[in-house]
Design a protein around this ligand. Structure first.
Ligand code: NAD
Length: 369
């Protein structure tokens, strides 16, 4: 049975939830925004006004939103420390959940979330937004279908200039779990595993180069997480990956205007992806040069090829497709891709990289099933 409309509660209404979760819900013909929750009363009122949600459907306490019978599913866009309690509470009330990445502060925490969703029989999704970049989807298809032969090596770079300003909960270990590795590298660890297979062993190095950042009135605020992260990894297939991710590459730009690159080298060719051109791949063969290949139309569409938000800034529109995927999975009662299993697997890789960096040896990645 295909359900009709999925009614949403959005928990945490900050930057990502407002732009992508609510943005996607409002664009999706099978989704309706019913209720909002944020601990920040001023922001909550602002969002309520922006999106026309009456006061009696706005909450500062997520348990009150979860008590509503007219909410089928929730998106969770709070700081990372609140993901686990909210996912577990939501599952217990029978709500389907889409949780932001990194889903947890540790693999153990991620496992408890996954177990709660399985026990409750609800759909669960990790908001690994970059899975939905058309060029990433096309590259995943090409790699999996053997277009460049068996993958030997890959290289991922995410280099940004976040300056010296305070970055709130993201710089606090108790709230974020980790820094750059969970914030940015997690996406890349996820989509490369979707392409190549599970990462089974890692050697990592993390650094915190800026232990204090400038808050309001130039008050210094402690940063106790990594702002630079790197890893060499082995995949179960025998392929090898090299990852670097940084917030402190001065002059390299920020967000969509900074390097976000992937090169994949197989036995029969190379695929090059650059975030700035999300509708194009460059593909090369031995002895030849890289040729531009436009991403076919089907990879620009949301799941199932349904009409969706393909117009507008291509660096933004793909993000809404994660909501389309979540809604489609709930309506058709199928697993979400990516699910919390993928979120937990990437968390296990992150944990292994952190351990490797701390203890200075190679670490096997714990299995998540
Ligand atoms: N998928 C992506 O590409 C992507 C991009 C950015 C952020 N994120 C993730 O999204 C999450 C939020 O990031 P953000 O940049 O939107 O942060 P943010 O600080 O802008 O928003 C977080 C919001 O959560 C609210 N909040 C805090 N505790 C709460 C609670 N107990 N109940 C309800 N609301 C609560 C805060 O008041 C704030 O409004 C993080 O996990 C982050 O890693 C993902």
């Amino acid at each position: 049975m295909v359900r009709d409309i999925i009614r949403f509660g959005v928990i945490g209404t900050g930057g990502q939830a407002n732009s992508v979760h609510i943005g996607g819900i409002k664009r999706c013909p099978w989704a309706e925004l019913v209720a909002l929750c944020d601990t920040n009363e001023v922001l909550l009122q602002q969002r309520a006004q922006e999106h026309g949600i009456p006061a009696d459907r706005c909450y500062r306490d997520y348990t009150q939103l979860l008590a509503r019978d007219d909410v089928d599913a929730v998106t969770i866009g709070t700081p990372n420390n609140m993901h686990a309690p909210i996912v577990i509470a939501a599952a217990k009330t029978g709500k389907h959940v889409m949780c932001e990445k990194p889903i947890a502060r540790s693999a153990a925490e991620a496992q408890t979330m996954l177990a709660a969703c399985r026990a409750a029989g609800v759909r669960h999704m990790t908001a690994f937004t970059y899975r939905f970049v058309p060029a990433v989807r096309f590259a995943t298809h090409l790699v999996r279908s053997g277009d460049i032969g068996e993958v030997r090596t890959l290289r991922s770079r995410r280099l940004q200039d976040w300056g010296l300003r305070a970055i709130g909960w993201r710089q606090v270990k108790a709230l974020a779990g980790t820094g750059e590795i969970g914030d940015m590298m997690a996406h890349r660890l996820d989509y490369t595993q979707a392409m190549v297979g599970p990462i089974v062993r890692v050697s990592g190095l993390l650094r915190n180069f800026i232990p204090e950042r400038f808050g309001p009135d130039d008050q210094m605020q402690v940063q106790d997480v990594d702002d630079w992260a790197s890893a060499i990894v082995e995949f179960s297939t025998g392929a090898v990956g090299v990852y670097e991710s940084s917030k402190i590459c001065w002059g390299m730009g920020f967000y969509a205007s900074s390097p976000d690159d992937l090169d994949v080298h197989g036995a029969d060719g190379t695929i090059v992806y650059r975030m700035q051109t999300p509708h194009v791949l460059r593909i090369g063969r031995q002895g030849g040069s890289l040729e531009e290949v436009p991403v076919p139309e089907e990879y620009l569409q949301p799941v199932g090829g349904v009409p969706g938000p393909v117009d507008g800034n291509p660096l933004q529109t793909f993000r809404y497709n994660e909501i389309f995927e979540f809604v489609d999975a709930v309506r058709r009662e199928r697993d979400c891709i990516p699910s919390l299993v993928d979120g937990a697997r990437t968390q296990a890789v992150v944990d292994a990289i952190v351990q490797s960096s701390d203890e200075r040896y190679w670490v096997d990645v714990a299995t998540v099933s």
